[in-house]
Design a protein around this ligand. Structure first.
Ligand SMILES: *Cc1c(COP(=O)(O)O)cnc(C)c1O
Length: 390
């Protein structure tokens, strides 16, 4: 039996996997079992933000492994302190809670939103509804699945959680009509990732913040995919010129070590009191060390400007391909509408030809490492253009 067959003997079939066994990687190149090389335009799913085995990141994580790999959250650690201090300063949030994934970060946000209203308006007010957007994606746990605004996710696992209602993205009138006295929060992605790389309109985002402010409803921004430099700013909310009460981060934050963070502003950073929330692995020292290496790099002089420039370069190269109908997204988070070809078929052909890409809905999706070079973009784009031009 080969690796894939053995793997499938023992690992549940919850993913439709590609036929590829990745053995190692360096920079923006992955290497499979047979030594074949692949340019990586996906970074996992936007996780390996500094590429494979970035030297600074490896050093930080290994040094931490030699010192302390874990302790319970009943104790303090220096590395969690340093990481929190750095992230708070850069993100302009006063406080945060550490978990291990995007779903966990969003679970924390949901709990804060509900308890904020419970504490302030009382249990009887039942001010607990969270408005999310159609076509959103917030995770795979029961609460985050319930929050996700796509019907195809609301099957099999009944009953789903109550208290989540959807509004069409960019429909200001529907949003206003839904914001009644039962609502405690509005939760949204600024660029819907799994939904097909769909950015929200500025005036809709402005309306969310205006209307929520008037009614003491919390704004919860899911930046699990868009955050940490992906779109050319540390937070995509900075590009939209808004400051959500809560922002969640995960995927690229620690460069490949599992992490999730829920950032909260002064209004709601005191909601979680001892015993109300927790996570055994949350704030893991290896994750915090990896996160510090990512922040050091992403916040270094000129790095984010480079992401923006490379995003524009990437976008221009894509637009030059005749089969491309349009490019959506921001920075190095890009979705491509195709004229005639099927995204899934293109992905397979790319794989055969040494290029890793992603899809989202009917689009091709690109989330390359943030430190990819223009030369590497050219190299991957040559493979892609050939396939799309065939
Ligand atoms: C990936 C993703 C999640 C879920 O993150 P996990 O780490 O898989 O739990 C949540 N929200 C958004 C926007 C995502 O892209």
């Amino acid at each position: 039996m080969n690796t894939m067959e053995k793997f499938n003997e023992h690992v549940m079939g919850s993913y439709g996997r590609c036929e590829l066994v990745i053995e190692k990687g360096q920079g923006r190149t992955a290497v499979d079992e047979n030594g074949k090389r692949y340019i990586d335009f996906g970074s996992g799913i936007g996780v390996n933000s500094l590429g494979y085995c970035n030297e600074k990141w490896v050093e930080a994580v290994c040094a931490q492994a030699h010192e302390l790999q874990h302790t319970s959250n009943y104790y303090y650690t220096r590395v969690q302190c340093d990481f929190a201090e750095r992230l708070a300063a850069a993100s302009e949030y006063s406080k945060m809670f550490f978990g291990n994934s995007g779903a966990e970060a969003n679970e924390c946000a949901i709990k804060i939103a509900r308890k904020y209203s419970f504490d302030k308006y009382g249990k009887d007010a039942q001010r607990n509804v969270i408005i999310t957007l159609e076509n959103s994606f917030h995770g795979r746990t029961m609460a985050t699945l319930s929050a996700t605004g796509q019907d195809k996710f609301h099957n099999y696992f009944f009953p789903f959680l109550e208290g989540f209602e959807n509004v069409r993205a960019n429909d200001i009138d529907e949003l206003k009509a839904k914001l009644d006295g039962r609502v405690c929060a509005v939760m949204f992605e600024l660029v819907q990732g799994e939904g097909g790389v769909v950015p929200l309109n500025q005036d809709f985002v402005d309306a969310i913040f205006e209307e929520c402010e008037k009614r003491d409803i919390l704004t919860v921004c899911d930046e699990v995919q868009t955050g940490v430099g992906r779109t050319g700013a540390l937070l995509t909310s900075q590009l939209y010129n808004v400051k959500p009460n809560i922002t969640t981060l995960a995927k690229g934050l620690a460069g490949g070590v599992p992490i999730g963070v829920c950032l909260a502003d002064e209004k709601c950073s005191g909601v979680l009191t001892p015993g109300t929330h927790g996570s055994t692995f949350g704030g893991n020292p290896l994750a915090c060390a990896g996160g510090l290496a990512v922040l050091d790099t992403v916040l270094s002089e000129g790095f984010l400007e480079e992401v923006t420039k490379k995003g524009e370069y990437f976008r221009r190269k894509l637009s030059d391909i005749a089969e491309v109908d349009g490019v959506d997204g921001a920075g190095l988070m890009l979705g491509v509408r195709l004229k005639t070809k099927k995204a899934g078929d293109v992905l397979k052909e790319c794989l055969e030809n040494g290029l890793l890409i992603l899809t989202a809905k009917e689009k091709l999706r690109f989330l390359p490492p943030l430190n990819i070079t223009c030369g590497e973009i050219d190299e991957g784009m040559e493979i892609l253009a050939k396939i799309l031009t065939k």
